[in-house]
Design a protein around this ligand. Structure first.
Ligand code: ADP
Ligand code: 5GP
Length: 210
């Protein structure tokens, strides 16, 4: 029997390694679809429109909100970020697990709309390592890094709403662990109501036939 895909939310402090992890996860396994968000922030060097994000103006973003084209959206460090609805719904229907790499307010909205979504929070092994990764990436000014570290404090308060904490120390180990958690989630009973219903019906029919 073909299952509907699971919605997987991945959040974590800026610089924790979410983007790197997600790229490797979808490269390694072919059952995952990575949702591409829309944002009003400027592309970083090396980022391409339609790949990391759909980079749009504030007007275009607000138009998308009005048209109900986003499942969720939030403001993060002075910019809008949101998840386009159409891609996610299509991929879930086709049976693929859809990964949303989004921040904590968005994660909350997803949990409200999709109670069976799996919520993962990624952390680096230490905050010293987080700082090192953020500076090492070399894509933000010191001022932007400072703002993101302040934001991390607020995010740390919300970790409790996530299903699992995933520590991104060794990248390969972490990718395997995430894959295992997602595969495990497929077997959670609250995500398999239809299958359970089918099993019960078949058992009833079997009992009647005897
Ligand atoms: P995020 O998407 O969470 O902001 P990135 O994926 O951009 O983070 O990673 C931040 C930096 O840390 C990048 O330079 C990346 O190469 C590096 N990085 C990611 N994961 C690891 C890891 N497991 N070990 C060492 N460096 C890592
Ligand atoms: P960055 O600018 O580093 O790419 O992303 C900043 C933050 O925005 C990250 O925490 C990232 O997970 C989050 N983010 C990216 N896309 C979305 C989205 O579609 N919705 C929400 N709510 N957050 C997002």
């Amino acid at each position: 029997m073909r299952h509907k895909g699971i919605l997987v939310v991945v959040s974590g402090f800026s610089g924790a390694g979410k983007g790197t992890l997600m790229k490797q996860l979808v490269r390694t396994y072919d059952t995952y679809a990575l949702s591409v968000s829309m944002t009003t922030r400027a592309p970083r060097p090396g980022e391409t429109d339609g790949k990391e994000y759909f980079f749009v103006s504030q007007e275009a973003f607000e138009e998308k909100i009005r048209g109900n084209g986003l499942i969720e959206y939030a403001r993060y460090c002075d910019h809008y970020y949101g998840t386009p609805r159409e891609y996610v719904e299509k991929q879930l229907q086709s049976g693929r697990d859809v990964i949303l790499e989004i921040e904590i307010q968005g994660a909350q909205k997803i949990r409200e709309q999709f109670p069976s979504a799996l919520l993962l929070f990624v952390t680096p092994p230490s905050i010293r390592e987080l700082r090192r990764r953020l500076s090492g990436r070399g894509t933000e000014t010191e001022e932007v890094i400072a703002a993101r570290l302040v934001r991390a404090q607020a995010e740390a308060e919300g970790i409790g709403q996530y299903d699992y904490l995933v520590i991104n120390d060794d990248l390969d180990v972490c990718v395997k662990e995430m894959h295992m958690l997602i595969q495990g989630a497929h077997r959670a009973t609250n995500r398999n109501k239809e299958l359970i219903e089918t099993i019960r019906t078949q058992l009833q029919e079997l009992a009647k036939g005897e």
